[in-house]
Design a protein around this ligand. Structure first.
Ligand SMILES: C[S@@+](CC[C@H](N)C(=O)[O-])C[C@H]1O[C@@H](n2cnc3c(N)ncnc32)[C@H](O)[C@@H]1O
Length: 223
């Protein structure tokens, strides 16, 4: 059987899951709790309604359904590998769909951020790089740095392994999820993160909050 870089990359994954009405499950379920946690992370990072926010790998708008009513109209943008997944969220999860133009949902498979304004001040990629090999993260950081000169704060989550030897084997994360080096969900080293952050023009570090499934939050800014 072919191994895809993540379950999201399997052929027809989104079509089949959406046909079964599973748009909440495929972003990991725990809908209310995880949306609330993401909103709290943004408040803690200083997000205000007048800021311009980008939800990277936004899925079915688990965060968007809370961030859209909080932000000034037109200040929420989302990208994802699947446009259909975001549109399903738009159609079913927003209290007031008129508050979010469908033009703000941008399908983007390679972190090139087409059509996004350069006014973005805050961005979050929650549980996205946990599902992608490390080179995707370097690509994303490099592009984010180039595309968003007004960026004040970038939050993202990853899974970590303690050292290179341990990383060879499956690692059981604090709340039970098992991560891997060469298949999803992926782990990396804190040293890998420090290197990627520095070489892509950012500064920042891991934060201490405990997140669902043992993910580690990084808060970054342009160096
Ligand atoms: C676990 S879900 C998290 C979704 C959302 N951030 C949330 O917390 O509700 C991972 C998301 O990453 C998206 N994704 C996977 N690979 C991607 C890529 N290369 N570029 C953009 N999004 C991607 C998937 O479509 C999915 O929506």
């Amino acid at each position: 059987m072919t191994q895809h870089i993540s379950p999201y990359h399997a052929p027809d994954f989104y079509r089949d899951a959406l046909a079964k009405g599973r748009h909440r499950d495929i972003v990991g379920g725990r809908w209310e709790e995880t949306g609330r946690i993401q909103m709290q992370l943004l408040h803690d990072a200083g997000l205000q309604p007048q800021h311009h926010f980008l939800d990277i790998g936004a899925g079915s708008l688990r965060l968007g359904c809370k961030a859209v009513p909080y932000l000034d109209p037109g200040h929420y943008w989302a990208t994802d590998l699947s446009g259909a997944l975001m549109r399903q969220g738009h159609a079913t999860e927003l209290e007031d769909p008129a508050r979010l133009s469908p033009d703000h949902l941008i399908e983007d498979a390679d972190f090139s951020f087409p059509g996004l304004p350069d006014t973005i001040t805050h961005a979050l990629a929650f549980a996205v790089f946990t599902h992608l090999p490390m080179n995707h993260l370097r690509r994303a950081l490099t592009q984010i740095h180039a595309r968003f000169p007004a960026l004040q704060c970038l939050l993202l989550t990853v899974f970590l392994a303690p050292d290179a030897q341990s990383a060879l084997k499956p690692v059981k994360q604090p709340d039970g999820v098992v991560t891997h080096d060469t298949r999803a969900p992926y782990h990396m080293l804190a040293e890998d993160m420090a290197h990627l952050i520095r070489t892509t023009g950012f500064t920042g570090a891991a934060q201490s909050q405990r997140l669902p499934r043992g993910q580690i939050l990084y808060q970054l800014a342009r160096a």
